[in-house]
Write a protein that binds this ligand. Sequence first.
Ligand SMILES: [Zn+2]
Length: 460
Amino acid sequence: MPLLFASVARGEAAQANTVIPKLARYLLILTLLTIGLLTPWVPVGAAERIQILTATARSEFPARITFTLTAEAQASEIVAAQLLYGATRQNVLSVVDVPLTPGRRIEARHVLDTQVYYYPPGTAMSYRWVLRDASGAEVTTPRAEVIHHDERFPWAERTERNVTVLWYEGGAAFGETLIGAATAALDRMAAALGAELEQPVRIYVYASSADLRTALQANSVDWVGGQAFTDLGIIVGAIAPGDVAEVGRLIPHELAHQVLAQLADNPYGEPPPWFDEGLAMYAQTRPDPWVEEQLDEAAREGRLIPLEALAASFPADTDQALLSYAQSQAVVEYIIATYGAEKLRALALAFAAATPPDQALQTVLGRSVDELDAEWRVTLPPQERTVAPTPVPQTAPADRFAEPPIGLPDAAEAPSGGSPFAGVAAPALVVGVLFCGAAVLAVGVVALLLVWRAGAARRG
Ligand SMILES: [Zn+2]
């Protein structure tokens, strides 16, 4: 392993904004798993030559995680120390060369600035150290774990069916409301998809947006109502105690993303955004009030977005993005009403097998994307007038989105008239809708990576 470690050292500097494509990540995991199986972690005799005295990690959310190590060598000086760390659920590790003064007894310390390399509250972090002495003998510490828990608040928690809700204001009654909403959402997803959470999910409910902001990445925008990290199994959100409407909107929406992500997890791709967001909107017991109005108006004005376009990404423009969510919800509801929930599950399983959307629809529903789109549109009010297309902004306003838009649909047209969501109301309306999706991409993923053998085996 020494060569491998050396080749990935200094990766941390590039960590925060580098995302390894999903397939590449799996291939890396496979490769490293193979290498790992062929290479012993501890050379013969190394354990006797280097003794680990202490290896600890201390989390101080949201500022930092401090890793410390003391060790002693019998035969020759310890000359190098590397720390490997990463979110346990992501199965990838960053490697950092930790400076030390060579000697028979060494102390090494690494402070991970989690304002820069962000991990949400509750992230389980795995770590281990690799030490090398002057003779080349090497020792690797056993994998250890630290929870990056937000200890600034007096959390209470309730757990049922693999979901844990955590809150600190509103007392037991609010906790009852939260866990009730969560289990009801799981019921709804079980009925729609025939799936439960296979892995635990933790939902951190902050009592105010101000509190939430202190727990999000430093550059998060003011209005963000929450964020979902599907591959960490973590949801963070702001719900004031007693805000039943927000409970019925946020909890089921985000849990739906988690259930689908776990069901459809595969190395090759993800369900199309219209399916993912449509299902999440469908899961809400408190529907977003603007959906129907958005749809009817867009239909009458002939500016519905082709479903094909919503299979790639959602538009950057705020009104277009809202319309995308509205259409996604309506199409998912149409599939359930027309073809039945079992077909929805069949679609999810097709996406889990990385079937392209058009092929999946063809196989499961006997319809192409365009045919499904056309037959759904018949359920909407007829077009009344033609609206001349106006240019669509190429990038989202910086303060509107929790994540950068990836692209625009081919036929996206900005509405020519004033939006019902224009002005100060717009950010409030997109709160809670746009914080999810691929928010996992916003988690600082590693530039150069290693894999826990056990973790990889579990995934592989
Ligand atoms: Zn969503």
